[in-house]
Ligand binder design. Structure first.
Ligand code: DOR
Ligand code: ZN
Length: 350
């Protein structure tokens, strides 16, 4: 019998870009509708690097929430080579941040202030290991000579594995893992490591970048990979292994910045993420694993209390009419299209 209704603890998005200004006002309601908490990425221009930046950005997010929203932004700081271990430790102790984000300089959108030489941030990482503050990692090398499809695997071998041998106590989240290499690394590692998985990497392989022409709205970083990698991600997401959990990496850009000669990386998935995810778990005959993946394991890794609110996902026989674009607060953003029928949709809160 086809399942028609699924009630899960209100999900957490463990990797989310909300941006700033008009974009922040336009996209925040979509995440607040379906998610109870989200880990907010700090790659603004300029990035979120000080306690003052964190405080001010959090206030702007709260101001962008609809009245009565049940949504808690969990803040992060952007790691630079100038970072101050004392300030980061103080922010953590005061409950102002849940993680620090490492962007290798040049790896992705707004990563110019990121880290060029890991040696320069070792004192900060050592302090984070001491106090148990997780490091969220954008795991791609940036060398132009490395093939873009290999950047995650090379990062693991040349950067992450040596770092973790040097500092095994550091808690690490490999963000938006996209390859079987990443999955195998997490599975085979001892210690406190986890990985987030996005909806688009579970839904699509790299062919989706070139269906009948170039598809800028499917372009994100790390870039979509081969089918065998997508299948490895699906297997991990539905395996019941607590080290794998949802982080949508929903990353809105204005339409004109995606549909351009040099288009930005990022898929805006927030408004459709949970319906698509339920569809994927149904395809995998693993709907029973959805609550842990979307609502349980992430909170447990970050030491957050389990969600008490619930979200009802409804299944309709007819495919849902997925929204194609968000036009609000003066911005126009294309919403991610998974390329297959979706029958699941979160029920609006009463
Ligand atoms: O596709 C991406 N977009 N990947 C990232 O790592 C950053 C994000 C963004 O901020 O646009
Ligand atoms: Zn991201």
């Amino acid at each position: 019998m086809t399942q028609t209704d699924l009630v899960i603890p209100r999900p957490d998005d463990m990797h989310l870009h909300l941006r700033d200004g008009d974009m922040l006002r336009a996209v925040t309601p979509a995440s607040a509708r379906d998610f109870g908490r989200a880990i907010i990425m700090p790659n603004l221009v300029p990035p979120v690097v000080t306690r003052g930046d964190v405080h001010a950005y959090r206030a702007r997010i709260l101001a962008a929430l609809p009245d009565g929203a049940d949504f808690q932004p969990l803040m992060t700081m952007y790691l630079t080579e100038q970072a101050d271990a004392d300030e980061i430790a103080a922010a953590h102790a005061a409950g102002e941040i849940v993680a620090v984000k490492l962007y290798p300089a040049g790896a992705t959108t707004n990563s110019d202030s990121g880290v060029r030489n890991l040696d320069r941030v070792m004192p900060v990482l050592e302090r984070m290991a001491e106090i148990g503050l997780p490091l969220c990692v954008h795991g791609e090398v940036t060398d132009a000579e490395i093939d873009i499809f290999d950047r995650e695997a090379v990062f693991i071998e040349h950067v992450l594995a040596p770092l973790r041998r040097r500092l095994p106590e550091l808690r690490v989240v490999m963000e938006h893992v996209t390859t079987a290499d990443g999955i195998d690394y997490v599975r085979g590692s001892g210690g406190d490591i986890a990985a987030t998985l996005t909806v688009q990497h579970l839904a699509l392989n790299r062919n989706a970048l070139f269906v009948g022409g170039i598809r800028p709205h499917n372009y994100c970083l790390p870039v979509l990979k081969r089918e065998r990698h997508r299948l490895a991600l699906r297997a991990a997401a539905t395996s019941g292994d607590r080290r794998f959990f949802l982080g949508t990496d929903s990353a809105p850009h204005p339409r004109h910045a995606k549909e351009a000669a040099c288009g930005c990386a990022g898929c805006f998935t927030a408004p459709v993420a949970l319906g698509i995810l339920a569809q994927i778990f149904e395809q995998e005959e693993a709907l029973d694993d959805l609550p842990d993946f979307a609502s349980g394991f992430g909170a447990a890794f970050y030491g957050l209390p389990p969600a008490t609110a619930r979200l009802r996902l409804r299944r309709s026989d007819r495919p849902v009419d997925l929204p194609a674009r968000l036009s609000a607060a003066g911005v126009d953003v294309e919403i991610f299209d998974p390329g297959f029928d979706v029958h699941w949709w979160p029920e609006p809160a009463a």
